[in-house]
Write a protein that binds this ligand. Structure first.
Ligand code: BGC
Length: 761
């Protein structure tokens, strides 16, 4: 007997599939009719995404773009800010070009628009998918109110190497969590495309950009297909499954062929295996860079890209300049050009641009929906959920709103540093600095003494390289002597009840082309911290960073460490909320933090090897280990403290012996054993003890974030089926294997309680 609810669901799915098919057919007909009217040049024009600069300034290159739009040689533009400017270029396209085809207008809206949220790595530490989706929705609302209909986000690259500066832009090291975040962001941006607040997502950087050798940006990746499918590809696939409308090819070489020219990646995997129906754009000059990769001249690499499955060429104009010639020489086919053109026109159709090319150009919306008080309030609340309390000895935190606070650090009052890397549209001017946030919180109840204490890096030349004013950043070095700056800070500390030292990285230490080989806090800042500790005053380290740092010394010596990433427009107020205990921190790390850079790459879901490290015992020779450091992280994946404490009961399983179609329930009771209410993210890990391939020592398979009042207990249950046990085996077959499994639940990836189950086919 089929249940009534199952029948209703079946009818609903069939009806919506039918309705979707009808919409698709209508779109295809529309595009077919339009393409019948298009010349070859106009088709190739749709594949062109030139670097727009600011075309309203009347500079010569700008007027060139205006002419190109008129001639039908432009499919879209990107990173133009303001509805007026966007309306002006859209007007050229729809009023002055022969076929009046509207432009796609893109932008790097990565973690907010004018209202910025914490950097994506920070957002992922909230482990709160609703909140992440909401941040993407607000970003889409603001961006669309300003003329944008396409964002180059989400960035879903798995990264296990903190040297890589772009680790800041993703969701960390775990494929499962990364996939969940990717889906949430696509939902947040796109909705169902029905409203003018929905914009198209672009999943990037496909693929494996985060696995760059040695953490050096743009560097080669070379990895087994099994690792790729199990550990790196799932977040991209999750984003496409969630309906993302477009994808961006990565810059890097993937197993010998640059992604931009990699047919296996762009066609076999993306389209044939995963059924992706959207379009693929290159990254910035990705086609041209294949010349440097050593794949041929511009004509050859452009043909290689088109043949691989690329549809749109960002900035380099390789398609525009060479495809016609390549077609006449049979190096590419008209079908391939048509296919790319069709997919771009379909994207414009889905966005509703043919119906109303000015759908996203509503000045009234621009005036009322951007950087609103409500959005800023939400950004503040969201930011507080991303902070990770790394240490809190003797409850130094939260601090009191009374007495004297010494606020020290080179960035305590720097607006440009609050939004963090890739904040193209941020309202830097109105960002709340840490000083401002603390002042807002204490009013006249406390005295705040301020001092920079030092510059970011002692050597000016090195510092300049780290703070290159990209994306609005502008750090002004203090020209006083190191000694003068230090003395001022120490004098303040001596007068204070508590010292809040805001140290670490500046926003420009992260993001594109910002790899670091030393992932510690720069030495001059560490010296300052040591001097502050010597005063004997309680010191709280508020850590600004876009990557996991090696904090071994700080962990040993500083009583309290609160990692606040780069927290966005409302950073200062959000930091004050947590420092003073108005909000209890609940963020948990989504990357492993190593003890030192030599352990990198260090990640929780590693393989066991045949000679695992003997944990908790004395050093043993002939094990997989180092002579000078253990394999253990400083802070494990999933780790984060709270102002309260939680205790975990034993893991209770519904059964220890299961058959293929049975569902296992794993339950754990968690109790808030402290004095204040708090949130806890309960994590489920599974280990497949024997496999046809070696399996990771544990893999995240679920998590739940719960609220607990002081003294309260809650039981959290996870439903586990054989779908959760599946993996790509050595023949790339995705299936589960019968046998014994460990079911682990805990507050982080290290501190877990384990039970075993047997699962038979
Ligand atoms: C970055 C992309 C970005 C693009 C457009 C490139 O340099 O790698 O992530 O979307 O520029 O700004």
């Amino acid at each position: 007997m089929i249940k009534k609810s199952t029948l209703v669901l079946f009818v609903f799915i069939s009806c919506s599939a039918f309705a979707q098919k009808a919409v698709d057919t209508k779109m295809q007909l529309y595009v077919t009719n339009l393409m019948k009217k298009m010349t070859l040049e106009e088709k190739i024009g749709q594949l062109n995404l030139p670097g727009s600069g600011d075309i309203t300034t009347g500079q010569s290159s700008s007027s060139d773009i205006g002419k190109k739009i008129k001639d039908g040689h432009v499919g879209g533009l990107f990173n133009i800010k303001s509805v007026a400017k966007i309306k002006a270029v859209q007007k050229i396209a729809v009023e002055e070009s022969r076929l009046k085809i509207p432009l796609l207008i893109g932008m790097d809206v990565i973690h907010g628009y004018e209202t910025t949220f914490p950097i994506p790595l920070g957002l992922s530490c909230s482990w709160d998918l609703k909140l992440i989706e909401r941040s993407a929705q607000i970003a889409a609302t603001e961006a669309s109110a300003d003329g944008i209909c396409w964002t180059f986000s989400p960035m879903v690259d798995i990264a296990r190497d903190p040297r890589w500066g772009r680790i800041a832009e993703g969701s960390g090291e775990d494929a499962y969590l990364g996939g969940q975040v990717a889906k949430a962001m696509v939902r947040g941006y796109q909705g169902d495309f029905s409203k003018n607040t929905n914009i198209m997502a672009c999943v990037k950087h496909y693929a494996l950009y985060g696995a760059a050798e040695a953490g050096r940006d743009y560097n080669t990746t070379d990895m087994s297909l099994q690792r790729m499918y199990n550990e790196y590809l799932p977040p991209y696939k999750a984003a496409f499954d969630a309906g993302a409308g477009s994808a961006m090819a990565s810059f890097n070489d993937v197993n010998g062929i640059p992604a931009t020219g990699n047919k296996w990646l762009m066609t076999d995997v993306l389209r044939k295996q995963w059924g992706f129906k959207g379009f693929v754009v290159t990254d910035y000059t990705g086609i041209n860079e294949m010349v440097e990769h050593g794949m041929g001249n511009l004509q050859q690499v452009a043909a290689l890209a088109l043949n691989a499955g690329i549809d749109m060429d960002m900035v380099g104009e390789g398609f525009l300049l060479t495809l016609k010639k390549s077609l006449s020489e049979n190096k590419v086919t008209l079908q391939q050009i048509d296919k790319a053109c069709r997919l771009i026109l379909e994207a414009k159709y889905k966005l509703g641009l043919f119906e109303n090319p000015y759908k996203y150009c509503d000045e009234k919306r621009a005036a009322s929906e951007i950087f609103t008080a409500k959005n800023r309030q939400e950004a503040r609340a969201i930011a507080t959920q991303t902070f990770v309390l790394l240490k809190n000895k003797d409850h130094v935190l939260p601090i009191k709103k009374t007495g004297t606070i010494a606020l020290v650090g080179p960035l305590i009052d720097n607006k440009n540093n609050m939004p963090g890397t890739w904040s193209v549209a941020a309202n830097f001017e109105k960002s709340v600095t840490i000083l401002q946030g603390l002042k807002n919180a204490v009013g006249d109840q406390a005295t705040i003494l301020t001092a920079r204490g030092c510059n970011l890096i002692a050597d000016k030349k090195v510092e300049d390289r780290h703070t290159n004013p990209h994306n609005g950043g502008s750090y002004v070095r203090d020209n006083r002597s190191d000694a003068d700056m230090l003395n001022e800070a120490i004098a303040n500390a001596n007068k204070a009840d508590v010292v809040v030292a805001v140290l670490g990285e500046a926003a420009e230490f992260n993001g594109e082309s910002s790899s670091r080989s030393n992932i510690e806090i720069p030495q001059i800042q560490k010296d300052l911290l040591a001097a502050l500790l010597k005063t004997g005053k309680p010191v709280v380290l508020v850590l600004l960073t876009g990557r996991p740092l090696a904090l071994t010394w700080e962990q040993e010596n500083v009583p309290a460490i609160l990692n606040v990433w780069f927290a966005g427009s409302e950073a200062g107020d959000a930091i004050a909320d947590v420092l003073f205990g108005d909000v209890n921190p609940s963020g948990k790390l989504t990357t492993t933090w190593p003890q030192n850079v030599g352990q990198v790459p260090l990640y929780y879901n590693h393989k066991n090897t045949g000679r695992p490290e003997s944990i908790g015992k004395n050093f043993e020779k002939f094990r997989t280990n180092y002579l000078d450091v253990t394999n253990q992280p400083l802070y494990p994946f999933g780790f984060g403290l709270s102002y309260t404490s939680f205790s975990y009961g034993d893991v209770k399983l519904s059964s220890n012996n299961l058959k293929a179609n049975e569902t296992l329930t794993a339950s754990v009771t968690i109790t808030n054993t402290g004095l204040v209410a708090g949130k806890e993210t309960v994590q489920l890990y599974i280990r497949d003890l024997v496999g046809s391939s070696t399996r990771p020592v544990k893999e995240l398979k679920g998590f739940k974030k719960i609220d607990l009042l002081a003294g309260e207990s809650k039981t959290v249950s996870f439903s586990i089926t054989t779908d959760d046990l599946k993996f790509y085996n050595n023949h790339l077959i995705f299936d589960w294997e019968a046998g014994e499994f460990e079911i682990m639940v805990g507050p982080d990836s290290k501190n877990i309680k384990t039970e075993k189950v047997q699962w038979v086919k």
